[in-house]
Design a protein around this ligand. Structure first.
Ligand code: SF4
Length: 213
């Protein structure tokens, strides 16, 4: 697969959260520098900085570039831990906020593991998500179910990129936490789409009536 067609790891999390958000960011290059995003970027710039270090037999490497050409994936990991006695590697992703009600973060982490497996030939059984708000590290097992779900999202994102389309807005509770809320305007857009739909429906009914007269 050509480099320009590679899917950024972050797109998987965006897609799993909301396909429209993924399309706005990656197909339309829209990005809202709102409070939540800015906070996330500050956190990542802190994580990105710093030289590799070794503590208690574990080597910590930050901002590691990874790719899986067989899956068309590329991106940068927050942290890679390597156990120097066993050689086992563990991806760690830092997140603003707290654990999410769905598997968005786990999918991004699992995709990192798939990249590392392709690059190293090593099987990676577990990773970790570290949440800034709760200051907690959550272990994530890369089960077959999570791997399968991750592969499905990779496939869906690839199709979204090829289509170049942006799915319509649909307001849901999660929209309130979306960094693109003001640009997307889901409540208004959804109303617009419904009223356009109704207008179309009435127009079709009228033309049917006219045709049958
Ligand atoms: S506001 Fe809602 S519909 Fe719009 S991009 Fe965000 S999550 Fe998706």
């Amino acid at each position: 697969m050509d480099d320009e067609k590679l899917i950024p790891l972050s797109a998987l999390q965006h897609y799993a959260f909301c396909p429209r958000q993924c399309a706005l960011i990656h197909n339309e290059q829209v990005w809202a520098e709102n409070f939540l995003t800015a906070q996330g970027q500050q956190l990542h710039s802190r994580v990105d900085s710093g030289e590799p270090e070794t503590r208690k037999g574990i080597k910590f490497e930050r901002g590691v570039q990874v790719a899986a050409h067989s899956l068309g994936l590329t991106g940068k990991m927050d942290l890679l831990e390597k156990d120097l006695s066993t050689g086992q590697i563990t991806p760690v992703e830092y997140k603003r906020g707290k654990p999410k009600p769905s598997d968005w973060d786990e999918i991004q982490l699992c995709a990192q593991a798939l990249c590392l497996e392709e690059m190293t030939g090593q099987t990676i059984k577990e990773g970790a998500l570290w949440y800034h708000q709760t200051r907690h590290r959550h272990p994530v097992e890369f089960s077959e179910a999570l791997r399968q779900r991750t592969r499905e999202v990779i496939k869906d994102v690839a199709q979204l990129f090829v289509s170049g389309k942006t799915p319509p807005a649909r307001y849901e509770k999660k929209c309130n936490a979306c960094s693109l809320y003001d640009l997307c305007n889901p409540k208004i857009m959804q109303k617009d789409t419904s009223s356009q739909y109704l207008e179309r429906l009435f127009a079709e009914e009228n033309s049917d009536e006219e045709a049958s007269e």
